[in-house]
Design a protein. Structure first.
Length: 134
């Protein structure tokens, strides 16, 4: 069996005593993907190569850290968020719901410069087989 985990900004697949990176941002910035601490992972029950995962970064985040791969990490697409007005978004959880859709829980901070504000949790419906956010 394969277990997936975040390892300091990487998504790794563990099998037995070996692991391989599924998502890792280059240290030299040569790729277009942001550094992200992975907090949520969905594995397609019908296709082991298809994963959707996301998280956040330390500090103020300007774009959603939600990613999809259809080939176990060989190619990764950063997904556009459901709302351009999300402030400091973090993907907290990805939960399967009916009709092959997913509930994506995203927290946001209306005032990231104020460290005492509480984060707001929003739930969006995501369709991994069609229009992502409907």
């Amino acid at each position: 069996d394969t277990v997936y985990a975040d390892l300091e900004g990487m998504l790794i697949a563990l099998e037995g005593t070996a692991f391989e990176p599924v998502f890792a941002v280059s240290q030299d910035g040569s790729d277009d993907l942001p550094y992200a601490y992975i907090r949520a992972i969905w594995l397609d029950p019908d296709d082991a190569e298809h994963l959707i995962f996301g998280g956040g970064i330390n500090g103020v985040e300007t774009e959603l850290s939600l990613f999809e791969t259809d080939d176990h990490g060989a190619n990764i697409e950063q997904l556009t968020g459901p709302d351009d007005d999300l402030s400091d978004p973090t993907v907290e959880q990805i939960v399967p719901i009916e009709d092959d859709e997913l509930a994506v829980l995203i927290s946001e901070d209306d005032d990231p410069s104020d460290t005492d504000t509480e984060r707001t949790l929003r739930v969006y419906v995501f369709d991994p087989n069609g229009d992502p956010f409907n």
